[in-house]
Design a protein around this ligand. Sequence first.
Ligand code: AGP
Length: 607
Amino acid sequence: MCGIVGYVGNRDCTDVLINGLSKLEYRGYDSAGIAVFDNNQKIRVAKSKGRLQNLIDRMNQDGKPIGNAGIGHTRWATHGEPSDVNSHPHSGGRVTIVHNGIIENYKQIKDYLSDKGVSFASDTDTEVAAKLLDYNYNGSPIETISETIRDLEGSYALGVIFADHPNVVYAVRKESPLIVGVGKDESFIASDVPAVLDYTKNYYLLDHEEIAVLDKTGVKIFDSFGRKIEKELKTADWDVEAIGKGGYEHFMLKEIHEQPTAIRNTIMPRIKDGLPNLEECGITPETLKKFRQIFIVACGTAMHAGMVGKYVTEKLARVPVVVDIASEFRYRDPIVGEGDLVIIISQSGETADSKAAMHLAKKKGAKTLAIVNAMGSSIAREADMLIYTHAGPEIAVASTKAYMVQIAVMYLFAFEMALAVGAIDETECKRLVSTLMETPDMIEKLLEHKETTQYIASSLITADSLLYIGRGLDYALSMEGSLKLKEISYIHSESYAAGELKHGTISLIHDGMPVIAVATQSDLFEKTISNIQEVKSRGAKVILVCRDSYQPEPNTADMKFGLPDLDDLLMPMLAVVPLQLIAYYTSVHKGNDVDKPRNLAKSVTVE
Ligand code: AGP
């Protein structure tokens, strides 16, 4: 969602802001803008609805602001449609701001300011915050920001400039992420590290309500009472290449190919003497033994990874696992408390609903374990225990490698849990771990042959709707396959437990309707094949994802994607790959913007 960049230094500020914003495009946006102190120390604003290129075109036409300090923004509309006027930056008069998040009490503030004679040009909550800052402005930016944030409810990261403090950028945040990049004779603010990696790898993580001041002398950070504080300077372990396409046509394809490495990086440091070892993450067999029940709470793809985690943990450890969508969990007054473990899975570590679910779980006395990819993110920092997935930066909105490492971690967790409670012995645990360790090589081989998935995808582009079906772990995986396809191909699809079709959904089947059936689980195989025959005999075009060794009868499938043999339990690690590729190539064939699908944001930092 919205991306913020700010700069103070000696470079051409507009170029730095545009470059930084381009690195944040993956977050999703529908308009962009900048505000720069020009050489006469006046604030110049340029903004435009649509892609960053529209803003560049506008500046080429109207003149580009030239200066060395300023703020920039990509907006993902929440309050007010995407339009030039609703684009950020917003000005309150002497104060100009960019904002990520939602000011929940903006209506009350707007009414209050309107009564005082303040008028508003846009429909945004951001303009309300800008006008409030201006209303409160007493000549001291830090005092004004401290005072104003006391009145703001909700989540925000703000980049702020004051007309009478030229070439100084201020930043503050609550809930929404913001980092402060530190280079030689220059400094930055950004919603995420990739925006500054072309210039520096060093950054501060701004904490709640801390205020950063960036000027020619460097960076100073203050607490919410205006007291100067010292913070630890962090160094990003990504480089510029990690956030480039590396010769691939799309980030999504690159990230699909990075999966074997991502799995190795994630699991190998957590395996000792052939057994899982999560001690470094604060997890020991003694801790695990104490939990009576497990909740896995997440959104979208991360929730689907949780579904795989549930099937595997329950099967191996015989401990009950409830998977919940974070936006449901947080409002349904869940029966959770002391003695329970709540696992929050999140690539970004900033998803608003997942974060709120974690806060609720903590409040109710449960222990929380975060499985997170983004280093230093809010969820990573606030959970009781933490397992980082080492996928590296995931830029494509459609998550692939992050899902892969999330399920890899769920396997390690399930193995360790099963061993801790005595449901499996060391020999079995070692066998499972070594099977998991085989998967990166097997995925590498699968990725050498993408033709079948290209062919399957070409048969899907005219479909209006399709179904994904499976049983057990194949059903859990179908959920992810279906989400992947719909988010980037814009073709409607649903995932269904194959055994549930007869209870209503089979009425949707018509001549030529594609059904992607996943059948990798030996004990459920015959049952799934029967369900496949039911849809096939009603005209469905069946695409079967199964073990290569199975030769379908002509009345079973129209197309087949064959997978190598592996332990049933671990088959999702392989079967997800063709599902990702089918979604990818369908989107490519349709000419869609694969990496930045419409209406979607990479990191959903608002409810
Ligand atoms: C997946 O392709 C989506 N982009 C989306 O479902 C995503 O997984 C979800 O928004 C959760 O994000 P998180 O992992 O950053 O919390």
